[in-house]
Ligand binder design. Structure first.
Ligand code: NAG
Length: 407
């Protein structure tokens, strides 16, 4: 071993990291501009020319140097995505909300700072983390067929394991089936946020207990799907069913649609659970959370957002500071989405995690308003069943909190 290292080290040193070794070459911006200004002269042509057009709708460039830098960084995310996806048929553009207000209006753009993707006759808003990774993944998902086929038992097992996502699966006679075509049309409306699958295979359908032309809807983390009533379904029936059921009892925050999820609050609040799936405590807590979600899946007032801090390294310190919690341990709390005020269930570090019953009691207190973000100043926090007092009784004292969580 040592001998080999000595042998290889000099050659490693000669090749710079920037050049990279074969097989792991991260793209860096090559300096070629691929993102162009979209204006009244070129927008129709750009829409026609590409399979997809990805447009950042932005405010007029500010005078402030700092803000200009910020804008430039956003622009670079688009440039890098454009470079990486150069071989795909995607156009990239910037649209100035003041300079090209008329074009924006024609295209139906509303939210400054948002990215819109034009595909066929549809406009899809990208409501995810503005990083090149997330954007590229999103665009690649959009280029794929809206419906993925499940044709054998191996694919069917993989399908059954995807329990974090909302999924639909339908059983149809074949490609030419009119009901399958209707299903495809419906799928396009939700692509890439909600995954649509289909099978033409009798054995797969039997295993998933699907009858001909039947469509099942899988809520995340639930064991049993719900069948869309009234088969064969029209496009409108499918769209309405999905729209009505798309807010699950337990959902995972994903970088590709995190802002959309956050905007979908429950009367101004979110019940948020932090748990690292790779951590034993986090994993166990998540299992308890799933149990609670399954028991309460018919409660329309309950939707818990699960955040795995591992998925959002750039936000972890911000969350710890804002919510005053230690994210190395599982946490569940209520967050007011207006002012990010929050209150957290007291989970003692040296004790077992709360049982499903204790968690359910706490959630009940949240839904009834007994536990809320407005009372925490006068210390009417939750104390759990065995009468455990909070060690840190001054929640307003930041220093105290820090001692408690990190000391
Ligand atoms: C959230 O905070 C805002 C601003 O402090 C407050 O007006 C509102 O009542 C709070 N909402 C809830 C549900 O507690």
């Amino acid at each position: 071993m040592h001998f080999l290292w000595l042998f290889y080290l000099p050659s490693l040193a000669l090749e710079s990291h920037a050049a990279g070794e074969g097989g792991l070459e991260f793209p860096t911006f090559d300096g070629k501009d691929r993102v162009q200004e979209i204006n009244k002269k070129n927008y129709k042509q750009e829409l026609r020319r590409h399979e997809m057009l990805c447009v950042l709708y932005h405010e007029t460039l500010p005078q402030d140097k700092g803000l200009q830098k910020q804008f430039h960084m956003t622009e670079m995310v688009l440039e890098l995505a454009a470079q990486v996806l150069e071989d795909r048929d995607i156009g990239f553009g910037l649209l100035d909300s003041r300079k090209n207000a008329k074009v924006a209006k024609k295209l139906g753009l509303e939210e400054e700072g948002s990215i819109y993707i034009f595909k066929d006759e549809r406009v899809i808003e990208f409501d995810g983390e503005l990083s090149a990774d997330t954007l590229v993944e999103f665009l690649l998902d959009l280029l794929e067929d809206p419906v993925e086929l499940i044709s054998n038992s191996r694919e069917q097992r993989a399908f059954e394991k995807m329990d974090e996502d909302i999924r639909l699966i339908g059983y149809f006679k074949g490609e030419e089936s009119e009901h399958y075509k209707v299903f495809q049309e419906a799928a396009e409306r939700f692509q890439p946020y909600i995954k649509f699958f289909a099978t033409f295979d009798k054995a797969v359908a039997k295993h998933l207990t699907l009858k001909m032309n039947e469509i099942d809807f899988y809520e995340p983390f639930m064991e049993e799907p719900v069948t869309i009533p009234g088969k064969p379904n029209s496009e409108q029936e499918i769209v309405e069913f999905v729209s009505k059921h798309r807010r699950p009892t337990l959902r995972k925050l994903r970088s590709e649609d995190m802002f959309e999820t956050w905007e979908d609050d429950m009367d101004g609040i979110h019940i948020v659970a932090f748990a690292e799936e790779e951590d034993p405590d986090g994993y166990e807590f998540l299992e308890i959370l799933k149990e609670v979600a399954r028991d309460n899946t018919n409660n329309p007032d309950l939707s818990i957002v699960w955040i795995d801090p591992d998925d959002f390294p750039l936000l972890t310190t911000y969350w710890e500071k804002t919510f005053k919690v230690d994210l190395f341990r599982p946490q569940i709390g209520v967050v007011n989405v207006t002012d990010a005020d929050s209150v957290w269930m007291n989970i003692a570090s040296d004790e077992a995690l709360p049982s499903a019953e204790a968690l359910e009691d706490w959630i009940e207190d949240v839904l009834s308003g007994k536990v809320n973000t407005e009372d925490d100043d006068d210390d009417v926090g939750y104390s759990d069943e065995d009468g455990e007092e909070e060690e840190d009784d001054d929640e307003d004292d930041v220093d105290d909190d820090d001692d408690d969580h990190y000391g």
